[in-house]
Design a protein around this ligand. Sequence first.
Ligand SMILES: [Zn+2]
Length: 285
Amino acid sequence: MDSQWLAAFKGKFTGNIVNSNDQFRELIEAYAIGSLDAPERAQLEAHLASGCDDCEKALQEARWLVSQLAYLAPNAEPSDMLKGRLLQTVRAEAAGSAARRQVVGGAGIPSWLWAGVAALLLFSLYSAWIAHKMHDEVAYLQQQAKIEQAERERLEAELGAAKTQAHEAMIWSDPKSKKIMLRPKDPKMPDLEAMWHPDMGLVVRGWKVPSPGEKRMLQLWLIPKAGGKPMPSMTLWPDANGKFSAMVENPPDTMSDTQALAITEEPIGGSPQPTSAPMWVGGVS
Ligand SMILES: [Zn+2]
């Protein structure tokens, strides 16, 4: 910590004061804490009034630093080791610079210098706090972005479901749709209903259909007139109430080439050809 202080101290006072060509610049800190004598103060004020931007900027910075010292009061006293090192540094600077003002008196480091060091420490703490706060804000923004993304996906899914429902409703109610009754092989099973629209697709609906179990699902087949193999179509599950409504937008064959619709029970994922006898069959044309 001490070496950081020292580096900051050197950077500030060496860079801003000692290397400055402006003789008034080095008085600014002392002026800001009111430690200049009357003639010096008058000279500096005249210089400021003449419109020196560098000194004006330095004065604002110094006043800000000084204003922060109120918060540091109990811990502003630096360690003996730091005092020793600062003293060495300041003496070296004083010896190397004939132009230096009497910032360092015979009694040692003036109080405003400790105030400056304390303000620098405060400034480094403040910077660390800002960095930490920004880190938190970035994390917060990233979390917000995730929430918004999830919300957008949810809305898109809802929109997709609403579109499907609207599409099914159009097929179901359009007069061009052909109604197909699917009769069960097992008389204890309910009838299913299908509506096939020549352009919009095919909807199959069921009510009070028993669950095929966790490892099975129902699958729709189109039985072609030409006598070929059943053509696989969508898979479907009844909900907890035994209800389902499922749509095929593009059936694998046309209505006029299809003899019948059939539904079998198949393993999860469906099958390329039926693995069991049809549970429901309905004539198409
Ligand atoms: Zn100036």
